[in-house]
Design a protein. Sequence first.
Lengths: 430, 314
Amino acid sequence: MKNRILLAILFAAVLFTPSCLKDQKDLFDEPSSARMQSYLENVRDVLTYVTDEGWVMDYYPGSSFAGISIVLKFTEQEVTALSEKDPYTEETSTFRLTTDDGPVLSFDTYNSIIHEYATPSSTLYQAKGGDFEFDILKVSEEEIVLRGKRSRNYCFLHPLFDDAEDYLLAVKEMENSISVAAVATTIDGVEYEGFLDSATRTFSYGEKGTPDDNLTNKRYVVTPTGLRFAGEFSIGEESFTEWVYDEDAEEFIDEMSGTVFEKLIPPGWVSYDDYLGNWTLNYDGGSFNVSITVNEQGNSYWLDGISKGGFKILLSYNGGRGRLGWVRQRVGASGTKEIACCPWDAASGYYTWAEGVGMYGYVEDTEAEHLEVKWADNGVWRQTSDYQVDSWLCMILDPNNSDNSTGATGSYLFANNSYQLAGPITFVKK
Amino acid sequence: MKRYILILALAAVALLSLSSCKKDKLSRESVIKDSSVEMNDFDYWLEENFLKPYNIEFMYRFSLNESDKGYWTVPADIDAAIIYAHLVKYLCVDTYDEVAGVDFTRAYFPKMFFLIGEWEYRNNGSFILGTAEGGKKIMLSGVNYIPYIFEEYTGSELEEQINYYYIKTIHHEFTHIINQTKAYSETFQNVTPSTYVADACFDTDEYWLGRGYITAYAQSEPREDFAELLSEYITHSDAWWSAQLSTADTQTTEVRKSNPEAPNGADVIRTKIDIVRDYMKTEWNVEIDELRAAVNRRTADVVAGRVDLSDVSI
């Protein structure tokens, strides 16, 4: 009987035990919403009161597009922007500091300067990879670090203490004065080379002799004194964020470490202007005449004469290497279908419509009377397959049909009267 | 000895249960914080013209949660949004007030408009003008082109641009909303049951009128056919409608080359619009010809510059 009573008491003890309240001590004095509001108020104060001249935003859109400097002047509710593309024109819109899994800076009404790279079109339905809503990662009076909510690209804001227009004009002046597209340096006895692609404002670097596919890329913007990179990066044991350009010596200097990056002219380097003009395009089975004309001076060209019906191909210019680039691109539309110039591995018969896949054009003998451009796979397709580009197809791409096996017809044929342009492809200058 | 154990056990249980008594104080301050966004003149105008009388929220500032993340887009320009707000008010809200009564508008007109600056582009270059969600929200795209349209076009061209890209979209999406509230007769989808082509609607030949569809998009499915018929009908004149029927009649000859049994396209459209007319009258007590007259008169006012589209004074 007593055992039963004891068991009943034990049962009661177990029953009451969960009612013991453990009071977790608060780690913070305020609830999270109050702390978030306080944080955002601090962000607003930093944006509006640290400087009267505004903040320079190092804005990085999609990797195919160059980073750009935009000056942003904040008031309590509005932001006025002007960019290095046109330092004389400013535009005002609103912004909002809000929360979404963390603090967010949103430019929530349209501003053609801020939203340029986020604006889509029928040919660029994903816009230019730009953002207008940013996670706020770091805030101080010296630097604000943001991350695009869609692209995940980092953007950096630095306080400006000079006149915005003067700053942006100085940026343009510096860009025009930089005559170095490839650099070399030695760190701890190791020789390094790097290549500046002004079209995408990307610095590609590695130990001397590193193949193109294995180079490391770092994006940058131009400042009145030189280059500022998208965050710190290392070469060997040295770390870099900002370089000063010495126009007389034609070299970049990292002021913190004193490391000098001397001008390098890589073998096979051809200037932008030397690619302009009339060429013979040779392919497997024949040749026809084409011409290369200016699209964006110093950065890209139009390849004209490539097609039967008049469409042109956009070629890029890599100033660091002095080379051409030719990637998959849309050339027209048929109803809801896209007509695209697609990279093709003629030997295997496979082709792709993936963005970024294509070839680069290079010159081996820069002293030749008639320059000859040879084309080679740019390595992008090989990252996900065993195929490599040596030829091109003009295809009708059906978004509702993954087969996509229809060759273009009529005016969308190449100048050889076929939707196929089989390699090896070379251009010989006339 | 066993008695002491019993007493001790009882005491322990009593202590355990006593320790659970604790009162946790709640803060008097709410954890919900006010927005730090201050209202501007346009916000006050929207409050007076949409929110207070109709409980309609007109969102012109971008909100990630309201947007369709499947598309790349940008916010609306504030000046363009002001023009659009006036167009929605004068050409849609006020029109339904006039024809169907303010109670109809308050009860059924969508409760939220969300504007975005660009079109929602698909990867094939086509784009979306607007969408309706759950009978409550209409998303309207391409807002930033409105000032350009007013600068570039006049007269009937301006009227066509406003209707095609903006106002017809609202009537089209509103048709979906009222259809979701009260279904239309199944007779409608049996008029041309075998010629709907879903996503291939823009890939057909150009003889959709001959097949009995008022637009290419109407060929996609019955509910779009219904919405296209009503929105096209009320945003165009009687002369335009007659011209469409005449073309439909002519195109029937072409359609019958491949399908000799095809009915006359004009007759098919007449049959369908009669069902639409009957639905609107029976279910909503709205005469679509009255609605069309009001829309056309009001659109003419806008095109003639008789409506101030930038005034946000209250």
